[in-house]
Design a protein around this ligand. Structure first.
Ligand code: SF4
Length: 345
């Protein structure tokens, strides 16, 4: 009954790096060719954890959009917008909050997890408890059919489905009948989305841990070739290779993990043999990685430069995207208001 639509958002809390590219953006670029897609800057979500430092969000909104465009997200194919510029998200969030049991939010696994992980922040707030509901509103307001998520976010989609079901149960009066005229349910007002499970990014950071801003082990999408080279050259290697003549083991080396992402079979064989026999030095071993990352990021840097030199174009892309998103959001909200008896005119 509703057309396929994919929705995904990202919080603007820092510079995007290769972890974002391999974990999210590459997937967006693929999805935009397969479905109508909506990609949004989740600035209200960022406020749930950064309410004391909103300047972080402001600094990162436009940089993040430029990074998306640089990575190949195409505004001709996908709708790009900023959450807070479509205030209907807040209206739906409020209306859904009227009938969402508190226990549903309290049992979302990330609620306790994140509070523990981000223990330097006071997250005993109403906004933080409600953020999965805001996420549900983000999804339901576009009647998105599919939401790309990692394993850890699946409970949020489940919650969204439950919220949609509960809403439809309370407010949908229109019966759905089968061919024989028997009632088979109610016509949905809000659509239950499906999780489009995406593989967790295996992108390792410069120290072998997962690439993440909090570990300070990232390569930014707009890193210069000089920085890429410098950062990779400084990467730790197998500690057994103290001297050039000491053999090592790639399994104990974070550089090997980057070879796993970037190198072909013959380069990998060269690393394995050369490392174990001390036939190659570590600097030599890092060269193909430096080259591969530089080559991957070169077109992104070029596109990013084009957009940073033309901020009006970026703002135009977002303002047109917001307009399109708002029209879709309004369609749903008219229906929601009508079914909740809020259409007094
Ligand atoms: S040769 Fe390569 S894989 Fe082996 S320790 Fe050095 S950098 Fe790591």
């Amino acid at each position: 009954m509703f057309a396929e639509r994919v929705l995904s958002g990202m919080r603007p809390t820092g510079l995007l790096h290769l972890g974002h590219y391999h974990g999210v953006l590459k997937n967006w670029v693929k999805l935009q060719d397969e479905f109508p897609c909506l990609f949004f800057v989740a600035d209200w979500h960022a406020l749930t954890t950064h309410y004391e430092t909103p300047e972080v969000i402001k600094e990162n909104v436009w940089d993040m959009v430029v990074d998306w465009l640089a990575a190949g997200v195409d505004p001709e194919k996908a709708t790009l917008f900023v959450q807070s510029k479509v205030p209907e998200h807040a209206e739906l969030h409020l209306l859904l909050s009227m009938n969402t049991p508190l226990s549903w939010l309290e049992r979302v696994p990330t609620y306790k997890d994140q509070q523990e992980k981000l223990s330097d922040k006071d997250l005993a707030t109403y906004g933080f408890l409600g953020y999965p509901l805001l996420q549900s509103a983000d999804i339901l307001i576009y009647r998105a059919t599919q939401v790309p998520v990692g394993e850890d976010q699946v409970p949020h989609i489940e919650l969204t489905r439950e919220i949609a079901r509960r809403f439809n149960h309370f407010y949908s009066k229109e019966k759905l009948l089968d061919a024989k005229g028997a009632e088979i349910g109610r016509k949905p007002i809000l659509l239950e989305p499906k999780a489009l499970l995406t593989e967790a990014s295996k992108m390792p950071g410069l120290d072998g841990m997962k690439m993440s801003k909090s570990y300070q082990n990232t390569l930014a999408l707009r890193e210069t070739p000089e920085n890429i080279s410098q950062k990779v050259r400084k990467m730790p290697t197998d500690p057994a290779r103290v001297r050039r003549t000491d053999p090592g083991d790639p399994a104990k080396c974070p550089v090997w993990q980057l070879h796993e992402v970037y190198s072909d079979a013959s380069t990998k064989q060269w690393v394995q043999e050369g490392c174990k026999s001390a036939g190659i030095g570590c600097i030599q071993c890092k060269e193909p990685v430096i080259q591969a990352v530089t080559d991957e990021l070169a077109p992104m840097r070029e596109r990013a430069a084009m957009y940073t030199e033309n901020p009006t174009l970026v703002r135009k892309i977002i303002s047109e995207g917001c307009e399109r998103a708002r029209a879709m959001a309004n369609d749903t909200m008219q229906d929601v208001r009508k079914h909740m008896g809020l259409d007094y005119s």
